[in-house]
Design a protein around this ligand. Structure first.
Ligand SMILES: Cc1cc2nc3c(=O)[nH]c(=O)nc-3n(C[C@H](O)[C@H](O)[C@H](O)COP(=O)(O)OP(=O)(O)OC[C@H]3O[C@@H](n4cnc5c(N)ncnc54)[C@H](O)[C@@H]3O)c2cc1C
Length: 455
């Protein structure tokens, strides 16, 4: 065999797995067909957050007046921002490639597809490997409606030639609400068109309601309960029709309507690897596919589609196979963030999820953060704890408000450790912060869920 391990895909999962395995002394090959670092570095987390940060400066310039500053806000230069973002992404992509070379992996800038269960075609070259990892990630999908090709997907949003003046974003998942915040903050009029009554299906109800309110305060026009029907071109404009014949004329239609695992034309059938009905590779708890020497990880398995999960899986598998340290990772209590304006962050169960399991004590507080008592900006912070009544363990911690992701990362350690409400209560706060509310929530807001009948 040419390699002990061959990794298909140089994204978060693949690069980490290849680098660590090579560091353990394995003969490793890795193929990437498009860009090293994958989605996160090139068209995901990193450039997205840079755009969010770009938007924040505009709001701060407005807010400063309340603190005595007279800052005259000039126009925003989209092309300058995109050029700066591109320079940073190019730098990061170079680092990823360097890390792989430094670890001793053999790097292929090519597409890899299965020929059989141990053989790959890598850019026209046959290579064989003892073990193979599928880490090909996912891609955005447009809805199946007439004119869908006239709209963009998130991949395109990072390379727009100009900032649109009006945008209709279709969808209400995290990518949709993040880009609604970005475009609105950079000066566009944004419409968010979605089927659900509230954005962010699957998140805690209080966060969803709080976010809808915050989007409204930011100036985003919300169109809940609307099903997009078609898109038409009218000169350079786009007309999005939805609901009962309602339509919007905008410069840009942006479909943030979901993602699919990238498994098409990979030759999985020739390798005996099975996929589910959406095309995601089916794996067991050890990341093994239907072929025990072929593994899959990250977004291509469509479980918890986040970069830190992908990298943790890649690292754990490399340690298990080549580092004499067999281990897995837990997908329970994975903290996550939505970089909306303001952001959301969450760890553990939502109130509804927890209430399904038994009675929970719910603590919620909403307040105007100190900064906005002077800035005058209409912005509220929401902090919430969900506590299992029987054990008093904090099973969910949620926040909508500035710095939420930075704060919840720390709170997540306590939740993963199984901290109780009493542990939170005996922790002294840091004053004056928003985060101190997590340790000063004394009055229960409500009880949710019902006791399960004794079996
Ligand atoms: C707009 C957006 C924002 C996001 N924001 C966040 C965030 O804030 N936080 C967060 O944690 N996650 C975020 N994510 C999700 C995150 O990007 C993914 O979870 C992560 O990139 C998954 O890593 P991966 O290695 O599984 O796949 P990917 O990063 O997608 O990497 C897969 C790689 O495989 C390559 N490839 C595919 N097929 C082949 C083949 N046959 N041969 C060779 N190469 C191939 C692809 O070109 C790609 O580079 C975001 C995603 C998007 C789209």
């Amino acid at each position: 065999m040419d390699f002990d391990l061959f990794v298909i895909g140089g994204g978060s999962a693949g690069v980490r797995c290849a680098r660590i395995a090579a560091g353990h002394g394995a003969r490793v090959g890795i193929a990437e067909e498009r860009f090293w670092g994958g989605t996160c570095v090139n068209i995901g987390c990193v450039p997205k957050k840079l755009l969010v940060q770009a938007g924040e400066y505009g709001a701060w310039a407005d807010d400063a007046a309340g603190f005595g500053w007279s800052i005259r806000k000039g126009p925003h230069d989209w092309n300058k921002l995109i050029a700066a973002k591109d320079r940073e992404i190019t730098r990061l992509e170079g680092i990823y490639r360097k890390l792989l070379n430094g670890a001793g992996a053999t790097v292929f800038d090519a597409r890899a597809v299965f020929v059989d269960a141990h053989t790959l075609d890598v850019g026209g070259k046959r290579v064989t490997a003892e073990r193979i990892v599928i880490a090909t990630g996912g891609h955005p999908v447009r809805p199946n409606i007439p004119g869908a090709e006239l709209g963009i997907i998130s991949d395109d949003a990072f390379y727009l030639k100009a900032m649109p003046k009006t945008v209709a974003i279709v969808g209400s998942g995290y990518i949709a609400v993040e880009f609604a915040g970005i475009f609105q903050a950079l000066g566009a009029q944004v419409h968010l068109v979605y089927r659900q009554p509230l954005p962010l299906r699957g998140f805690d109800q209080d966060l969803r309601e709080g976010l809808a309110e915050a989007l409204g305060h930011q100036g985003v026009s919300l169109h809940p309960g609307c099903h997009p029907a078609k898109v038409e071109a009218h000169d350079k404009k786009r007309i999005l029709t939805f609901g009962e014949g309602q339509s919007l004329q905008v410069d840009l239609v942006f479909f943030a309507t979901g993602r699919r695992a990238s498994t098409a034309n990979l030759g999985l059938e020739s390798a005996g690897v099975t996929v589910n009905r959406t095309g995601a590779v089916i794996v067991d708890s050890h990341l093994r596919t239907a072929q025990p020497h072929i593994y899959a990880m990250g977004d291509v398995t469509d479980r918890v589609n986040l970069t830190p999960v992908a990298t943790a899986e890649g690292h754990a598998l490399a340690d298990t196979l080549f580092g004499k340290n067999p281990r897995g990772i837990s997908l329970a209590n994975v903290p996550s963030a939505v970089f909306s304006t303001p952001p959301i962050s969450t760890v553990g169960l939502s109130e509804d999820q927890a209430a399904e399991l038994g009675p929970v004590d719910v603590y919620v507080t909403r307040f105007t953060p100190m900064r906005h008592t002077l800035s005058g900006r209409q912005r509220r912070t929401l902090i919430k704890l969900v506590v299992d009544q029987a054990t008093q363990k904090v099973v969910g911690a949620h926040m909508l408000g500035e710095d939420a992701p930075e704060i919840i990362q720390g709170v997540a350690i306590a939740v993963v450790m199984g901290a109780t409400k009493a542990d939170f209560d005996r922790t002294i706060g840091i004053h004056p912060t928003a985060a101190e509310e997590f340790v000063t929530l004394r009055t229960r807001t409500r009880v949710a869920g019902v006791a399960k009948a004794a079996e």
